[in-house]
Design a binder for this molecule. Structure first.
Ligand SMILES: *Cc1c(COP(=O)(O)O)cnc(C)c1O
Length: 353
């Protein structure tokens, strides 16, 4: 273990290891810089981040929340955990972006919130569509668990969304073991996330630093805090953010080269024209048909490269048994999941370029 990690871990232990430790506040400041958002709150997991964000934007039991049908069941499960109902939104054909037709009030009905999911780091949402949703009173929560490095412009991601949720799980690019974070530009949303996280306490703002204050139970809340030992580990990884981003960018180039050598035709999943930097996490190859995708997955598996779409047998979210009773049709998501091969970038580096 390097000296820096040791020092952060010691500081976390000296502070009692709780989510109120100084290393957690430092990690929050680091995440603010990484995602260009003024407020960040670390929580216990990516799932917890989604639950806190949904609560903060006013989602309550019985509300309907649109989720990208291409997201993992974890996203829909977080919606279900709040007592709200996930509504599965199809993608634009051949992209990870939400379909404007599927989101229209006629098709989707009233939605309290919508959750776009930049799967494997691919962002392909229409800024106009997100702005229209928010104008109509539908909150936008981005589940960026797989896209901590995503940068968009001219409106940054934090400007296009009410809350951005991160996972700091051990398989994600920034790792706390278990952990997550909510990022937002809106101080009132930050206050509500903090209350949810800290037993209903109030927020003391010191600049953009957020500390819990006052009695427990002033508002609804629970203990959704991160373990400071995990936060200390994550903090050490963010010590050189540009270096971290550059490492993931070079891992992507290497992953592309490995896919190129399979000899099977593929094209990379597209991203929106506003993307400045890919979100990290993975590489997605779209193949001509399901048979070609299966062959590509076999070639990679032969090279001992773990293929995420095989590991999870990738399919639209509502195929999960816990959502199965709903009769949802998402033809574009069916097509994309059948022809996509996706790998985490971390599956490649040990193999040589
Ligand atoms: C990992 C992941 C989650 C869940 O995050 P946890 O930290 O494991 O709770 C949610 N959404 C997406 C897109 C993920 O990749």
């Amino acid at each position: 273990m390097d000296d820096l990690t040791t020092a952060h871990l010691q500081s976390a232990i000296d502070d009692g290891g709780t989510g109120n430790a100084e290393v957690v506040r430092t990690l929050e400041a680091r995440l603010c810089a990484l995602l260009d958002a003024p407020y960040a709150l670390c929580v216990a997991s990516g799932t917890t981040a989604l639950i806190c964000a949904l609560h903060a934007v006013g989602v309550r039991r019985g509300d309907r929340v649109g989720v990208s049908a291409l997201g993992p069941s974890m996203t829909g499960l977080a919606v279900a955990a709040t007592g709200a109902q996930p509504v599965f939104i199809d993608c634009r054909p051949g992209t990870f972006g939400l379909s404007p037709d599927a989101l229209s009030p006629a098709a989707a009905g009233p939605l309290k919130a919508v959750i776009p999911v930049p799967m494997w780091g691919y962002w392909d949402e229409s800024p106009q569509l997100l702005a229209d949703l928010r104008r109509r009173g539908t909150a936008v929560i981005v589940d960026a668990a797989q896209a901590p490095f995503l940068r968009t412009g001219p409106r940054s991601l934090a400007e296009s969304a009410d809350v951005i949720c991160l996972s700091l799980h051990g398989r994600k690019p920034v790792k706390a073991g278990e952990g997550g974070a909510c990022l937002t530009r809106a101080p009132e949303l930050a206050e509500r996330v903090l209350a949810m996280r800290n037993f209903g306490q109030r927020t003391r703002f010191t600049g953009t630093r957020l500390d819990p204050t006052g009695p427990y139970g002033g508002q609804p809340g629970a203990n959704y805090k991160i373990n400071a030992l995990g936060a200390a580990w994550a903090l050490a990884q963010t010590e050189d953010p540009d270096g971290l981003r550059a490492r993931y960018a070079s891992m992507r180039l290497r992953a592309r080269a490995v896919l190129g050598r399979t000899g099977i035709a593929w094209r990379e999943a597209p991203q929106g024209g506003d993307v400045i930097e890919h979100g990290g996490y993975g590489l997605v190859a779209l193949c001509a048909d399901a048979e070609a995708a299966a062959r590509m997955a076999d070639r990679l598996t032969d090279q001992k490269i773990e293929v995420d779409t095989v590991r999870y047998s990738y399919a639209p979210m509502h195929h999960s048994p816990c959502f199965a009773p709903r009769h949802t049709s998402t033809p574009a998501a069916e097509e994309l999941t059948a022809t996509a091969v996706a790998c985490r970038l971390e599956a490649f580096p040990a193999l040589g370029g």
